[in-house]
Write a protein that binds this ligand. Structure first.
Ligand SMILES: Nc1ncnc2c1ncn2[C@@H]1O[C@H](COP(=O)(O)OP(=O)(O)OP(=O)(O)O)[C@@H](O)[C@H]1O
Ligand SMILES: [Mg+2]
Length: 299
């Protein structure tokens, strides 16, 4: 995977760096905790762009913290409740301020728990081809703006670094993690999605789909981890536009549109592109709107 020459944020020296994902840097804190620092890096089609979106990491962190709290009645999550600043050197506190989480180190399940209330993205591609999503047969004649009668669980494998996630059937998921765990995952993921949708609807937003990640704690308990219900992991659509049959998404669509206009989508060529300021601003604005609308105080 390609990362910008200057990492954003700069690496911490007080903790051992375990991995650098597309968006997050993971540091070990002893044996059983991690410091997860969310950068301002922006990726599309699994490629990290050269230029960051300043402030994005803080927005993602604020949103994830909001949802972890709001959904804590559904399933336990990885937060320890301890302050990130408590485990870094004094001169590094500013680097983690507002953009890090101190979490339990879990054993990640090798899958992504995707829930869809609408058929979009990779689901739309499969549906257009075969009338199915992850092998599930859906009613014919759906449009992207038609809500499904109930949300569907459409798992994907967690791809190795640099690879794309692959949609899989529920039967394949059962082979991967066992039937009982797969059924638990499906039930919990759908419950999380429904609870989040209720809240989002009160803020004029429809969650078209979202991806959850889970891990197991030392006792084998299913635990929600990573990020949750951010514009990186979800499609947030404006409800009033959707009612008019239009999709206006609070996500990285300005980047995808601009990439499509350059004709470069993917690979090293994409990573090397200089982003115009209007794309950086457009992405930031949409993320900030999503954060404000979904996670701001009652209006
Ligand atoms: N509590 C946790 N314990 C162990 N691993 C975790 C925990 N929370 C998140 N992770 C892992 O940390 C990484 C976060 O990095 P990032 O989100 O940047 O990855 P990524 O490149 O987007 O890849 P992915 O598509 O797997 O999320 C992910 O691999 C995620 O599975
Ligand atoms: Mg991720």
């Amino acid at each position: 995977m390609t990362h910008p020459a200057t990492p954003n944020p700069p690496a911490l020296h007080s903790l051992p760096l375990l991995t650098r994902g597309k968006v997050r840097d993971l540091y070990a804190v002893g044996e059983d905790r991690l410091l997860m620092v969310t950068s301002d890096r922006l990726s599309a089609f699994d490629v990290v762009m050269k230029a960051p979106v300043p402030g994005k990491g803080a927005l993602l962190t604020q949103m994830a913290l909001f949802w972890f709290d709001k959904l804590s009645h559904v399933v336990p999550n990885h937060l320890t409740g301890e302050a990130p600043a408590s485990v870094v050197a004094a001169n590094e506190m500013a680097l983690v301020d507002g953009r890090a989480m101190l979490v339990k180190r879990l054993t990640p399940l090798p899958c992504e728990a995707v829930v869809r209330g609408y058929v979009a993205g990779s689901g739309w591609k499969e549906y257009s081809r075969s009338g199915t999503v992850c092998g599930q047969v859906l009613p014919p004649g759906l449009s992207m703006t038609t809500p499904l009668s109930e949300p569907i669980f459409t798992p994907a494998t967690k791809a190795a670094v640099g690879d794309h996630d692959q949609n899989i059937s529920f039967a394949q998921l059962c082979e991967l993690i066992g039937t009982a765990r797969a059924e638990e995952l499906r039930a919990v993921a759908i419950q999380l999605y429904l609870a989040a949708q209720v809240h989002a609807n009160t803020r004029g937003i429809v969650i078209a789909d979202t991806k959850f990640e889970f891990g197991l704690d030392q006792a084998g308990k299913l635990t929600l981890m990573d990020e949750v219900l951010t514009p990186d992991s979800s499609r947030f659509w404006l409800a009033d536009e959707l009612a008019q049959g239009r999709i206006v998404a609070l996500d990285k669509q300005p980047l995808r549109d601009w990439l499509a206009s350059t004709g470069v989508t993917g690979g090293l060529e994409q990573a090397a592109l200089d982003l115009p300021q209007h794309v950086i601003d457009g992405v930031y604005l949409r993320y900030a709107q999503a954060c404000h609308r979904l996670c701001g105080g009652d209006e």
